[in-house]
Design a protein around this ligand. Structure first.
Ligand SMILES: Nc1ncnc2c1ncn2[C@@H]1O[C@H](COP(=O)(O)OP(=O)(O)OP(=O)(O)O)[C@@H](O)[C@H]1O
Length: 259
């Protein structure tokens, strides 16, 4: 970039909040027998909005995603779902070992949608590996397949739980950029769980910091989105990162908005 701004630091505008939310959580909680879990959470995610969720290990981030995906029974509250296609990417992609890379991506597609599999593999740089089997791939390649599969389904809600945490720095940066390109501006709502605050501030319009046992939302931070120009200056990113870290450490106000 001529102004020295890295492309990953450019930010799409936060989408307007005028649409019906893709998913709306009303006091949803899950308390486990041991006392861990998640205290009641209210959250509405708009189409195209990327919400980051971070916090210390065990604070309930994955529980939140599992509740949204319907894989966990809530202790209280309700979830309204207005999406038609859900995409999920986890730390370890669950690929079927007896299917090729292409077969794994085609799994989520109807017969008429199958041509999308090649396209999705092309986007993650794996077109040439389409006929290989998962066991022949590196961890980074497997994660790319998982991302291709999630995106090939053209989700309107994408849940990502530590999708890059097992990857090396190069794979991590490339896949983060790929996800940015494919979801921002495409109307896909995303809930992105990560311990990596730098990743979170690069990708997300809004960041929830969860803490405590059971976890509760300790802070909600919004990134400003100026109308024009490079919207994620290195200074603004560093500032937001600091605020998120402060909130994780518990030194933040209960609710804050970055500006
Ligand atoms: N099935 C379960 N039974 C009992 N306790 C559980 C169960 N699932 C999760 N927990 C507890 O609930 C808490 C939140 O777990 P969760 O996996 O959501 O945390 P997390 O924030 O995603 O952690 P990490 O960052 O380490 O992945 C933890 O204390 C965990 O031990």
């Amino acid at each position: 970039m001529s102004d020295g701004t890295h492309p990953m630091q450019l930010m799409h505008h936060a989408p307007p909040c005028t649409h019906q939310p893709v998913v709306a959580l009303d006091g949803i909680s899950r308390i486990f027998a041991g006392g861990g879990g998640l205290s009641p959470v209210d959250l509405a995610v708009s189409p195209g909005e990327v919400v980051g969720v971070t916090g210390a290990s065990g604070c309930g981030k994955s529980t939140l995603l599992r509740l949204i995906a319907g894989r966990e029974t809530a202790s209280s509250g309700a979830i309204e779902r207005h999406y038609s296609r859900l995409g999920m990417v986890f730390q370890e992609p669950t690929l079927l070992p007896w299917l090729t890379v292409q077969g794994n991506v085609e799994l989520v597609l109807s017969p008429s949608e199958r041509p999308r599999a090649r396209e999705a593999l092309h986007h993650v740089g794996l077109e040439s590996a389409a006929s290989q089997y998962p066991a022949q791939l590196s961890g980074g390649m497997r994660q790319r397949v998982g991302i291709a599969r999630a995106l090939a389904g053209h989700p309107d809600l994408l849940l990502m739980d530590e999708p890059f945490s097992s990857l090396d720095y190069i794979n991590r940066a490339e896949l983060l950029e790929l996800v940015r390109e494919r979801v921002l501006g495409a109307g896909v709502a995303v809930i992105f769980v990560s311990h990596d605050v730098r990743e979170i501030v690069q990708l997300c319009h809004r960041i929830l910091v969860i803490g405590g046992t059971p976890g509760r939302v300790q802070a909600e931070l919004h990134h400003p989105a100026p109308a024009h120009g490079p919207q994620r200056r290195p200074g603004a990113l560093a500032n937001l990162e600091e605020r998120v870290l402060a909130a994780i450490r518990g030194h933040s106000e209960a609710r804050c908005s970055c500006s």
